[in-house]
Design a protein around this ligand. Structure first.
Ligand code: F6R
Length: 610
């Protein structure tokens, strides 16, 4: 993860670097730092607080200059402490530092390089793998920074994006990428580097996406890119309009709450006034691809993985195509049996998740060429790497815990199930019309669930004092139980687990006491009576049930059973509606516990390291 910004210009570049950092905080916020060239030396400010604090330090210490790099960190090697914060410096201890470097990614051979550099006399100030690169560049430096970086990157194994500059060549920043994103932004007599075009919005919209192995030499009026073989290459310049995400909070306390309430709009935007189901919703070649495939392989992480688990129920039931859903970080390393007739679907809010990207490349390497991504960022690596795509239109999600990105993924996946069914002649006209009607009404239905917020807040007050919680669901609501448990643990730090309700008696029932709240998703479906029996098993052992029950389930409140009634039963789309109260429960429980809801500890919004 981590976010990088770099610039060469003829004006004080610190405000641009710090504004970029603020926008990149979604990539990590353990610490941050900035370094510039000024009056013949490198100057630096670093902080373990947020960018706002760094800004006051920069003003106090007068850190200003025409060339600079900045970084927001998500710690991998070394605790979140000032001495581990980037930029890292290197250079002869007797003179002022010569090299400043920031890095996103993980260097796997850092131990071996560290030993080598220590033997060459370098003294390390941090526990990071990054400092190794700074010293390596310095060690190889013989008057040309580009050459030193090219040589240094040949020695690195692992994933990285770096930006580096040198006291002795003050109008130059060199960047390199291998496995972690890095873009170049072009201006007039000034040029920029960043992990994401978002960091440069308002400064430039002329963006070049670097490819793996690229090294870029950034000067005032020149951008020079070489590929992994050291050959000069032209990379396309795109005009990229990005939302800055600097959205106002309006009446909301946190971005997460705002984003929960934006779901009716986000789902409506994702549906884009679709008038009929056609494979072409997923790309020009979709019909041919959908005709050719005989199974679906879904690859994703975290919340996106739970969207994939839900989609399995839909695709198998509606399109009658077998589906496998795999956690990307597992799939990429296991021996699997490839099927060239698989439709490989990656699901990713950011489109930059390292494990999902690597799993996609792995699948392609195994000969599976039919690839589709469901993604919220049209310009992301995932979209560029896949043959087909459906862009969800959730808008920028600032809260680290995914909410509207998840429900829009589910919306897109439901459309995918319908489009696959149609291609395989499994979707009658009546079914299509009925499904479209339900989809169109979905934003209104979500709005009605959001109105339950006051009742959910009352529950959240009770949850705030708990240390554990169980979530139960059955069938296509089991992945929603998993998502509910993940939301609660991420932002309230309460330990929560989810189980298919029928599985409880095979072990987890031992955990149930009066201290254990058991959140139950109770839609009116064919498994309802089975679910009621599972609830009795909990009730009989003194567990406190908190049930989100559809109106016609005949589940009533009584001693030890608390019920919030869902406004309507929503058939196959019910998992989307049942997600909403679980998001609100997690959100209000976290508020009651006073956690940093939008930036929960140890997490980051975009996970670009493995
Ligand atoms: C949880 C959450 C994460 C992400 C996961 C994958 O609230 O947001 O679990 O879902 O890190 O991220 P994307 O979807 O960007 O690939």
């Amino acid at each position: 993860m981590c976010g990088i910004v770099g610039a060469v210009a003829q004006r004080d570049i610190t405000p641009v670097l710090l504004e970029g950092l603020k926008r990149l905080e979604y990539r990590g916020y353990d610490s941050c730092g900035v370094a510039v060239y000024a009056e013949g030396e490198l100057r630096r400010a670093r902080s373990t607080e947020r960018v706002a604090e760094l800004l006051s330090q920069v003003e106090k210490d007068k850190v200003a200059g025409f060339t600079g790099i900045a970084h927001t960190r998500w710690a991998t090697h070394g605790a979140p402490a000032t001495h581990n914060a980037h930029p890292h410096f290197s250079g002869n201890a007797k003179s002022s530092p010569r090299i400043a470097l920031v890095h996103n990614g993980i260097i796997e051979n850092h131990d071996e390089l560290r030993e080598e550099l220590q033997a060459a006399g370098y003294v390390f100030e941090s526990q990071t793998d990054t400092e190794v690169i700074a010293h390596l560049v310095d060690h190889l430096y013989a008057g040309d920074l580009l050459e030193a970086v090219q040589q240094a990157t040949r020695r690195l194994t692992g994933a990285y994006a770096i930006a580096v500059f040198c006291r002795d060549e003050p109008h130059r920043v060199v960047g390199a990428r291998h496995g972690s994103p890095l873009v170049v932004g072009r201006g007039v007599n000034e040029n920029f580097l960043a992990s994401d075009a978002l960091a440069l919005a308002g400064t430039t919209d002329q963006i070049t996406y670097l490819e793996d192995g690229d090294v870029v030499d950034l000067q005032l009026a020149r951008v020079w890119i070489t590929d992994s073989e050291g050959r000069a290459v032209d990379r396309e310049v795109h005009t990229v309009q990005v939302h800055t995400g600097a959205a106002e909070l309006g009446p909301y306390r946190h971005y997460m709450q705002k984003e929960i309430f934006e779901q009716p709009r986000a789902v409506a935007d994702t549906l884009q006034d679709i008038e009929s189901i056609t494979p072409e919703l997923f790309g020009d070649q979709a019909y041919k691809v959908f005709k050719d495939i005989d199974n679906v392989l879904i690859l994703a992480c975290g919340t996106s993985y739970y969207a994939g688990l839900t989609a399995r129920y839909w695709i198998e039931s509606i399109a009658k195509i077998p589906v496998n859903v795999e956690i990307a970080s597992e799939y990429r390393y296991r021996d699997s049996v490839p099927n060239p007739r698989s439709l490989v679907v990656t699901i990713s809010q950011s489109g930059e998740t390292a494990d999902t990207l690597a799993a996609l490349k792995h699948a392609r390497g195994l000969g599976m060429e039919h690839t589709l991504t469901i993604c919220n960022v049209a310009t992301s690596a995932m979209v560029r790497e896949c043959k087909l795509a459906y862009i969800t239109r959730a808008g920028v999600e600032i809260g680290v815990a995914s909410t509207k990105a998840f429900t829009t993924q589910l919306t897109a996946l439901f459309l995918l199930a319908l489009a696959l069914a149609q291609t395989k002649d499994k979707l009658s006209e009546e079914k299509e019309a009925e499904s479209l009607k339900a989809l169109r009404h979905l934003p209104v239905a979500i709005g009605a669930v959001l109105a339950l917020e006051p009742q959910i807040m009352a529950w959240a007050d009770r949850f705030a004092s708990k240390e554990n919680a169980l979530f139960l669901g059955r069938g296509m609501h089991y992945p929603i139980a998993l998502e509910g448990a993940l939301k609660l643990k991420e932002i309230s730090y309460i330990h929560a687990e989810a189980y298919p309700a029928g599985e409880l008696k095979h072990g987890p029932l031992a955990l149930v006491t009066e201290a254990m709240p058991v959140v139950t998703i109770a839609p009116r479906d064919e498994l309802l009576e089975k679910l009621k029996s599972n609830m009795q098993e909990v009730h009989a052992r003194g567990g406190e049930l908190y049930v989100f029950a559809d109106a016609d389930t005949r589940i009533g409140s009584s001693e030890g059973i608390h019920v919030i009634r869902m406004p309507e039963n929503y058939g196959k789309l019910s998992p989307i509606l049942h997600t909403i109260p679980l998001q609100l429960l997690a959100y209000h429980t976290a508020c009651a516990r006073g956690t940093d809801v939008d930036k929960p500890r140890n997490l980051a919004k975009s996970v670009t390291v493995e």
